[in-house]
Design a protein around this ligand. Structure first.
Ligand code: AGP
Length: 592
């Protein structure tokens, strides 16, 4: 969702802001803008549309050293010029960009209108700019104004602020939404994540909730409730933040084909000389707990379903909750229940809300599984385990899902100290490489289904978990309406939707359910639906669409899900869609 960049110092601000916004495009957005300060003048450029368009509006020769930029994913008000950020306060004292949602903005807006303020947009951001001005009116001090603003406003905000009278300081505040400071030699940076800053900053400061302050060419000052805070520096691995396409036409296909290397990297990070090297206390906590529950959204929720199966196979009780549901109806099934929060971005607002609830209990340990070092979920959980999958740019998650599943497999194996498991996991790469080699088959299938209005995915057991993820992937990027069902549920309702040529993707990777699934396939063909069957050798019959080598029933999901990722990719490609930036979706869902 919305992305923020900011800069002050010697480096060319135009260059940083434009390139920075481009690197945040993957988060999802509909409009973009920047404000830069030259002398005492603040110049603002805004567009509805892409950063490339914004770039054409900004004079190439402007020489500025302070500025802020924003990509907006509309929450309050449609994507329109007036709603684009940056927004300024009525008397032009404050110009700001914002990521988050102000919950009491109607109330505060009305208060401000009573005081004579006028609003030119539908956004909650314009309210923040005017609250800052209002607070400044009574304190005459920018930092006190920001602190006052944080107290008056409820909800989430990461803001970068230009104050009209200072052309050498860039102010900021953070609550719930992500914001990082990048420390360069004679320049300081702000951004929603490390990507825009990785080329310039040597170290980073991950701001925590309710911190505010300013950066200048040579200094960083952080405060919380009026009290100066010590900056905690962190670093990032530039290799994991590499965004080169390396010759691939889209990030999605590049990321699918990185899956084998992600698996190798995971094993490298968590297994040393045949022994697991997870945090010992974390593994002990998992061992002791009878009940381990997952909380996640979307693709991470689907990976958690596989995790639940893994944990049940070693005798644990396990549940999987959708974060936005659990947040409103929290359930605790056991006094020693441990919660695993799975999130690629580590910044998903619904999951963060759940973590806050868990942390308030002081009794239930939390483990975050995330791909994003320094993210809120990574920092605020009792324990965390990184995915080391490398930055995922395509909005549709692929390699992060496989890394989540692989990590969950390693975790359950570490709990029972199964030292053979890492070798089995590494061996899976042969199967995955074989799938990559045969990707043209998936393009041929996509060609046949590209004009479908509906599609269905069927499976049983772990194949059903894969069906759920495959269906989500297809709808996200091809915009073909798609649903997934357990094979047995078909005749309890969904079969009513099967018409002539309705594509149904069916999976059989387990002998136990082979016959039952064949029955479901017959029910579909009897209604003239078209079955595309993906089956293991031992379950194959003539005319199956795609046959996979027999493989470990717990790990084969890593291969079958890859098939669904390719299917979605090619269907979207053939329909001419914007594969890496599908409509309406955001990579990092930072609002509830
Ligand atoms: C994945 O393809 C989706 N874009 C989406 O469902 C995503 O998995 C979900 O928003 C959760 O994100 P997270 O893993 O970053 O928490």
């Amino acid at each position: 969702m919305c992305g923020i960049v900011g800069i002050v110092g010697d480096y060319d601000a135009r260059n940083y802001l434009i390139n920075g916004l481009k690197s945040l495009e993957y988060r999802g957005y509909d409009s973009a803008g920047i404000s830069v300060m030259s002398g005492k003048e603040i110049m603002t450029y805004r567009v509805v549309g892409r950063v490339n368009l914004l770039e054409t509006k900004i004079p190439s020769l402007i020489n500025v050293n302070l500025g802020i930029g924003h990509t907006r994913w509309a929450t309050h008000g449609e994507p329109s010029f007036n709603n684009c950020h940056p927004h300024k306060s009525n008397h032009g004292l404050f110009t700001i960009v914002h990521n988050g949602v102000i919950e009491n903005f109607h109330e505060i807006k009305n208060e401000l209108i009573q005081k004579g303020y006028t609003f030119y947009s539908e956004t909650d951001t314009e309210v923040i700019a005017n609250v800052l001005e209002d607070e400044y009116g009574s304190t005459n001090d920018v930092l006190s104004a920001i602190n006052g603003c944080l107290k008056r406003l409820h909800g989430s905000l990461a803001i970068a602020i230009i104050f009209k009278n200072f052309n050498d300081k860039l102010f900021f505040a953070k609550r719930k939404s992500p914001l990082l400071i990048g420390v360069g030699e004679t320049t300081h940076y702000l951004a929603s994540d490390a990507l825009p800053m990785i080329k310039y900053a040597k170290k980073f400061i991950d701001l925590t909730d309710n911190q505010y302050g300013f950066i200048s060419k040579n200094e960083v000052k952080i405060f919380q409730d009026g009290i100066k805070q010590r900056a905690k520096y962190t670093t990032r691995n530039a290799e994991l933040l590499n965004t080169d396409l390396n010759g691939f036409p889209h990030y999605m296909i590049k990321e699918i084909e990185e899956i084998p290397s992600c698996i190798s990297r995971l094993v490298d990070n968590y297994v040393n000389n045949g022994s697991y090297c997870f945090n010992k206390e974390m593994i002990e906590t998992l061992r002791k707990s009878k009940c381990i529950s997952f909380i996640a959204c979307g693709t991470s929720y689907h990976a958690s379903l596989i995790g639940k199966n893994y944990l049940e196979s070693i005798g644990k009780t396990s549940n999987v909750y959708i974060a936005s549901e659990w947040a409103y109806f929290p359930k605790f099934l056991d006094e020693n229940e441990v919660f695993i929060l799975v999130s690629q971005s580590g910044e998903t607002a619904d999951v963060i809300t759940c973590l806050k609830i868990l942390n308030q209990t002081h009794t239930h340990p939390s483990i975050t599984i995330t791909n994003t070092k320094g993210s809120t979920l990574e920092r605020d959980a009792t324990y965390s385990a990184l995915l080391y999958a490398g930055v995922e740019i395509a909005v549709a998650s692929t390699k992060a899902y496989n890394a989540q599943v692989a990590l969950l497999y390693l975790l359950k194996s570490a709990i029972i100290n199964d030292t053979n498991a890492p070798f089995k996991l590494l061996d899976t790469n042969n199967l995955l490489t074989d799938i990559i080699k045969r990707k043209e088959s998936f393009k041929e299938i996509a060609e046949k289904i590209k004009n479908a209005h509906h599609a269905f995915f069927l499976g049983r057991g772990l194949d059903y978990c894969v069906a759920l993820e495959g269906s989500l992937k297809l709808k996200e990027i091809s915009y073909i309406h798609s649903e997934a069902f357990p094979g047995g549920e078909l005749k309890h309702g969904p079969i009513a939707l099967i018409e002539e040529n309705t594509p149904v993707f069916g999976f059989i990777t387990n002998k136990r359910i082979s016959q039952a699934m064949r029955g479901n396939f017959s029910e579909i063909t009897a209604r003239k639906g078209t079955i595309y069957s993906f089956v293991t050798k031992e379950n194959a019959i003539d005319n199956d669409t795609f046959v996979i080598e027999n493989y470990d029933s717990e790990l084969i999901v890593l291969a079958t899900v890859m098939i669904t990722q390719y299917l979605a990719y090619y269907a979207a490609l053939l329909r001419g869609n914007d594969i890496d930036k599908p409509r309406n979706l955001a990579k990092s869902v930072t609002v509830e």
